[in-house]
Design a protein around this ligand. Structure first.
Ligand SMILES: [Zn+2]
Length: 113
């Protein structure tokens, strides 16, 4: 389950931010997950709770913000929505698509105390 290492990365980021900004408690974490990132939201929630235990974010609420996938269709020469990495263009059905967005996972915001 690669969500476990992703959750560990999130904790690392939170701890770094805590050191820099001097807060001691995180109550809510907003996590942006791209539709094409391959991150399973349910698995992420599970791993998040497990990894945050006994950390400064113990018991913190995880808010998932889903960001849509986008791609560039070489046939249409335009940006179109994509629901899967090897999807087809919803305009022309072409598979000559280049993924341009929605592949990332990042911490958007932290609510701290
Ligand atoms: Zn197209």
């Amino acid at each position: 389950m690669h969500e476990m290492s992703l959750a560990e990365g999130v904790l690392q980021l939170i701890e770094d931010a805590a050191r820099e900004q001097k807060f001691e408690r995180v109550t809510t974490v907003w996590l942006e997950i791209g539709q094409l990132s391959g991150v399973e939201v349910e698995a992420m929630k599970f791993c998040f709770d497990a990894v945050m235990r006994d950390s400064i974010a113990d018991g913190a609420t995880l808010e998932i913000v889903a960001t849509p996938g986008t791609g560039w269709c070489m046939q249409c020469s335009m940006s179109v929505p994509m629901s899967e990495v090897f999807g087809e263009c919803p305009q022309c059905g072409s598979h000559q698509m280049q993924v341009t967005g929605g592949t990332e996972m990042r911490v958007k915001e932290l609510e701290v105390a």
